[in-house]
Design a protein around this ligand. Sequence first.
Ligand code: F6R
Length: 618
Amino acid sequence: MCGIVGYVGEKKLVPILLEGLHCLEYRGYDSSGIAIHEGQSLNVIKAVGKISKLEEVLNVNGNSTNGKNGSVHCGIGHTRWATHGEPTEINAHPHFDTEENIAVVHNGIIRNYIEVKEKLIKEGTVFKSQTDTEVVVQLIAYNFKQSKSILKAICKSVNELEGSYALAILFKSEHNKIYAVRKESPLVIGIGKKENYLASDTPTLSRFVDKAARLLDNEIAELSKKEVVFYNFKGKKIKKKILRISKSKDILDKRGFKHYLAKEINEQSEVVLTLLQELLPSAEKSVQLDYLKLEPKFLKEVDRILILACGTAYHAGLVGKHVIEKLTSIPVEVQFASEYLNSASLLTKKSLIVGISQSGETADTIAAIKKAISSGATLIGITNRPDSALADMAKNHLIVSRSGVEVSVAATKTFTTQMLVLYLLAVYISETINHEPSTINLLKKELRQLPQLIDQTLAKSEFYQEQIVKYASSKDFVFIGRGINYPIALEAALKLKELSYIHASGYASGEMKHGPIAVLDRGVPVVSIIVPGETYERVIQNSLEAKSRKAPMIAVAVDGDKKVDGIFDTVLHIPPVSEILSPFLTVIPMQFLSYYIAEHLGRDVDQPRNLAKSVTVE
Ligand code: F6R
């Protein structure tokens, strides 16, 4: 979490830093701040809350921060998701050393900060904040005093620090330079003409430049207006590959929607179409995943598949388990990445690991994958970010989910594309080992119909809104589903909680009678996901049990289902669909339910409280 940005060049600095911070706000929005070279001094301006609060402060102090006659050209910025210390102004970044000669912004966690802090306190350093980041800047200042060389001070400091960090550093004595450091937290350098940038992600840089270089672990960059020089942690110069990126301002475009969330929910048919065009261009062709180079002999002998993910990505994994097992007969286990870290690893060289992460940065997922691959098992990575840590780990076994940037903190379109990648992976494995040819051919035809079916479902959004807002005053919700739609019940409960702050639980419908049914009464709506197929009658039966406890009853069911219409108080219809593909449609009314209830309650739907989109702490 936390986003960092930096600029050195001839343009007006503050608007660039603010634009960058707005793009990175998804990474945290507890506080923000900038540090800029101004004349002979280094100025730090901070505010608690979102970037708009920082803008208010900067407008008040406008004259001093925009520079006189374009004299300010070099600065760094930060948007914070609090880990060490509350979201106060003192804990906000950038952090100064005691003498205010050095300013640092940081994304990551310094694991040994207490030891380093104690050592520096003994040497006489006085700390102001509760953050681990202040330790970094004070340590660099301490080492700078000893060595008198910026590069040596940075190299000595990073060798003393344990943990993950992307840092941007300004030295008062170096007017027009930014130093950038990376270890296990993302940092990209944007290369321009007579200007250079840095940011926590590539989409932010793509607003400004069309060339970039990704810092890798244990690398340092020295940015000036003219050039960027790269070093390793020993202070030795290194060469970096410069990548072309497409310049685009799209990331902050809401395309006419009130919220990014609404835009992203409505983009689901489009992103599914993009992914299908790439990986399943026609139902008559095989899935285009040959580049994974997974040999038929290897796939035939795979003993098990372990899916590792967190949150919404974990729910996509649960749907994937159903499909992969059905199409390949290979046993699949899905684990929360954070839990896998504490469990016995039963993988072998014949196992497949599937790591799923929208951001490709989630610390729990990355740590779990590191543990899993030590068994010699093969990793397939599924991420929306080809420039992420997960992408680096998966190397040639990477499937990019091609959803475009998801700005809203709650995952919607990326959930859908993660599911689709898992379906396509299941089809690919099945085709390679020639497992269920007739089922596969039918499924491929149905998959090609998905964009149309999703569009028809999205078209019902106003109807969903009318039906749903009357439940907005409920204090608790229960979502139930079975089989392939049980994960959708879990996802629906997660979405409602994070967007509306209403408590919600998702259950396998058959489990209700084993305890959870006790919570039901007139004040707890039950939302049942009921689609024709193997699970249909049983979910109806479990719903009737809930209805007998006087719970208000809502169903997600296919158009024209008279039986359901007769039982439930409210029915959120979706187009007729096969059970196996139904999660792509049943999740949509659930996303709208959460969105409209949250909006009705006046919640901040794009940036819910206490959350951040990239969770880079374990
Ligand atoms: C919920 C949500 C989170 C993420 C989880 C994993 O809407 O977005 O639950 O799914 O933090 O994030 P990634 O997929 O980036 O690893």
